[in-house]
Design a protein around this ligand. Structure first.
Ligand SMILES: [Ca+2]
Ligand SMILES: [Ca+2]
Ligand SMILES: [Ca+2]
Length: 143
């Protein structure tokens, strides 16, 4: 700061830095993760719903839908299908992956991780989603 104390930004920065360094932090956990629709279609998307929990009140977190069961420094080692762009209190957190052409006819595995705003992360929770080889449009029946 330059001596003035009149901006909201100063207050926000001060409030964040007051958190005691000695406060114990519990790692978040993934309660459940689901994907819909399953199967999905080429040129469609799949939405992951991750129910996460954290024992610390007011905690925010990021959810990562990784392509492998491996996370280092909050980054999916094998890349990700989707991940939160910002820390959130959304619970469940919904993330969307737009199906790519190469996914057609494949079953894709994923592992959901959640990391809190103090860099503590959960273990991975596995799931998978399938993509139809060709887009199947629901049959509409006319009477
Ligand atoms: Ca926590
Ligand atoms: Ca929850
Ligand atoms: Ca699934």
């Amino acid at each position: 700061m330059d001596g003035t104390w009149n901006s909201d930004a100063d207050w926000v920065t001060a409030a964040i830095s007051i958190k005691p360094a000695s406060a114990a932090n519990s790692a978040p956990t993934v309660a459940s993760v689901s994907d819909t629709p399953d199967p999905t279609n080429p040129n469609r998307s799949v939405t992951f719903a991750t129910d996460w929990n954290d024992g610390d009140s007011g905690e925010t977190a990021k959810v990562k839908i990784c392509k492998s069961n491996s996370l280092t420094n909050q980054v999916c080692d094998g890349g990700s299908w989707a991940s939160s762009t910002a820390f959130t209190t959304n619970d469940p957190e919904y993330l969307v992956y737009d199906v790519a052409g190469g996914d057609a006819g494949q079953t894709r595995d994923y592992w959901a991780f959640v990391c809190d705003d103090e860099a503590a992360c959960s273990a991975g929770t596995a799931g998978s989603f399938s993509v139809n080889a060709v887009s199947s449009v629901p049959n509409v029946r006319f009477r």
